[in-house]
Design a protein around this ligand. Structure first.
Ligand code: ZN
Length: 155
């Protein structure tokens, strides 16, 4: 498991670099990210969160299963948005309501460099938008309409 860096670390503000080489080192990094995601009980983890400035995130929403997203680009499906609570492994103990698109189409590459795409809604769609923000140096606390210490707004 890798150490997860937290808000205030300048690495979280950087724009991550595209992955161009799909080799053993990438596989090793992905295995490490997967392990770190599960040990931290996260829904998603972006490479910059373990201080690796590459356009990669891993996610498991508990419904559609684990997947690895390399060089991801998403576009909204329709223009419906909703507001729900989010947290982040890099922002311990802080939660906030963030507006996100309800459904997105994500295009990405797998660990072999093969191009893939999928439609996502619900938690996975929210996760995809949150994690892609990490690759662009953006944290959810910059977008949240409110922030609080517990998962519920009244805590
Ligand atoms: Zn996050």
């Amino acid at each position: 498991m890798s150490k997860i860096i937290t808000a205030g670390n300048p690495l979280l503000k950087e724009t991550a670099q595209p992955v161009t080489v799909f080799d053993k080192n990438l596989k090793f990094l992905l295995e490490n990210m997967k392990k770190t995601l599960y040990e931290a009980n996260g829904v998603g983890l972006a490479a910059p969160q373990i201080a690796v400035s590459k356009r990669i995130f891993v996610a498991d929403d508990g419904v559609s299963g684990y997947d690895e997203y390399i060089n991801p680009v998403w576009t909204p499906v329709g223009d419906e948005k909703d507001i729900d609570v989010e947290g982040c492994l890099s922002v311990p103990d802080l939660y906030g309501e963030v507006e996100r698109y309800k459904e997105v189409l994500i295009k990405y590459q797998d660990r072999h460099g093969k191009k893939r795409q999928k439609k996502a809604s619900g938690l996975l769609a929210r996760c995809i938008q949150h994690e892609t923000d990490h690759l662009n140096g953006i944290l959810f606390i910059e977008k949240a309409v409110s922030l609080h210490k517990g998962k519920d707004a009244d805590e």
